[in-house]
Design a protein around this ligand. Structure first.
Ligand code: NAD
Length: 358
């Protein structure tokens, strides 16, 4: 198979973990006889330095000419957010790219690796049945894209963000979630705030209409506040969780800490045509950038997800996932996933260990 991949490493630890993930991609390509053409482009602060914008046209064009996008992370140190280079960096780059390619659906798996149960922030009794959740978040609607206003009323500053959903936006992501539930446990939890919000009432209505085409999937509605609580009290009850854009942003980040580090998972954003972007859920981790300490596993698993979702290379994807699990089983740890008494290795050594087990 021959595929073109746009590589957008971005800022902070992005280029460090991306370099390792590309070693894994190359090794898989060699082993299975595939040819991957990798084309790098700038995004985030790195793009700002060169072009004065966070998502340049040249990067957009390169992505449009590719079969998939591998993304690192963008953004500056929290203490430098006031600098022009970093202002709105994440919004411009990430929302820009989502809008440009109409990514309407975000997949966020959350799994506690059996080898890493001791670093899950929850008590053993809550995770003993295992945690394996797939968040599916709508990406194109809600507060993020509705009309935004800032004005003065009666001498007071006022701001509004309009939350808007069309039935088409809801049904489209709901179908993806029902399909995913069919392939997993057959259970789907749809999250809303239908006791208060009009957008949520429509959300629930449309999700139930879509459910009629999936009689084999057991659908449960859950209010977002209860879902936040249940994620901590009983995470094992969840399998596929469907959310709107805003609720998904918050809940999937809460879920992202369950594995023990942001550096352990991959996420995917897809559009209706099946074009996808693959990235770890964390940010540019400027606190450890440039030190060779970042965990490359999330970025390596992004490669596995890309091979499976975008190119249908399931065996190749599984091969990478299994190498990662064996690496963790063998006791290799970067600093972020080190338990007490364990010694840690750096970014490159972690990738070496994965490559040895591939
Ligand atoms: P962050 O996700 O970058 O880091 C949070 C914590 O997790 C840090 O302690 C960091 O060291 C750790 N961490 C994250 N990934 C890790 C990895 N692979 N290995 C080891 N440790 C890891 O969040 P932050 O520090 O609040 O944000 C830093 C910058 O990233 C900000 O500019 C923010 O806007 C941006 N950001 C970007 C994205 C993205 O590109 N998708 C997502 C979130 C935040």
């Amino acid at each position: 198979m021959e595929k073109k991949i746009a590589v957008l490493a971005g800022d902070g630890i992005g280029p460090e973990v991306m370099a390792q993930a590309l070693r894994v991609l190359e090794a898989v390509g060699q082993r299975f006889g595939h040819s991957f053409e990798l084309n790098e482009a700038l995004v985030g602060g790195a793009a700002y330095d060169e072009f004065g914008v966070h998502f340049p046209d040249a990067t957009k064009q390169l992505c449009a000419d590719s079969d998939a996008i591998l993304f690192g992370s963008v953004g500056g140190p929290v203490s430098e957010m006031h600098l022009e280079k970093w202002q709105n960096c994440e919004v411009n780059a990430l929302l820009g790219i989502r809008k440009a390619f109409s990514f309407n659906c975000n997949f966020r798996p959350v799994k506690v690796f059996p080898q890493l149960r001791s670093i899950c922030p929850l008590k053993e009794e809550l995770i003993k049945d295992g945690i394996d959740i797939l968040f599916i978040r709508e990406l194109n609607g809600d507060l993020y894209f509705g009309e935004k206003k800032r004005f003065e009323r009666d001498g007071m500053r006022v701001a509004t963000d309009l939350a808007e959903y069309t039935e088409e936006q809801i049904s489209s992501v709901a179908k993806v979630a029902f399909d995913a539930a069919q392939k997993r446990s057959g259970r789907l939890c749809s999250v809303d705030k239908a006791n208060v919000l009009h957008t949520s009432k429509l959300w629930r209505e449309v999700v139930h209409e879509v459910a009629k085409d999936y009689p084999d999937v057991e659908l449960e509605d859950m209010l977002v506040d209860n879902c936040a609580m249940q994620l901590i009290k009983g995470p094992a009850q969840f399998d596929v969780v469907l959310t709107s854009n805003m609720f998904g942003d918050i809940l999937s980040d809460a879920g992202a800490v369950l594995p023990g580090s942001l550096g352990l998972m991959a996420s995917a954003s897809m559009n209706a045509e099946g074009f996808g972007l693959y990235e770890p859920p964390g940010g540019s981790a400027q606190d450890i950038a440039g030190k060779g300490l970042a965990n490359p596993i999330g970025q390596i698993l992004s490669v596995a997800t890309m091979l499976t979702f975008s190119f249908g290379l399931t065996e190749e994807g599984k091969c990478i996932e299994s190498a990662v699990e064996k690496t963790l089983e063998a006791g290799f740890r970067t600093g972020d996933i080190c338990g007490s008494g364990e010694s840690s290795i750096g970014t490159e050594q972690m990738c070496d260990a994965v490559l040895e087990r591939l």
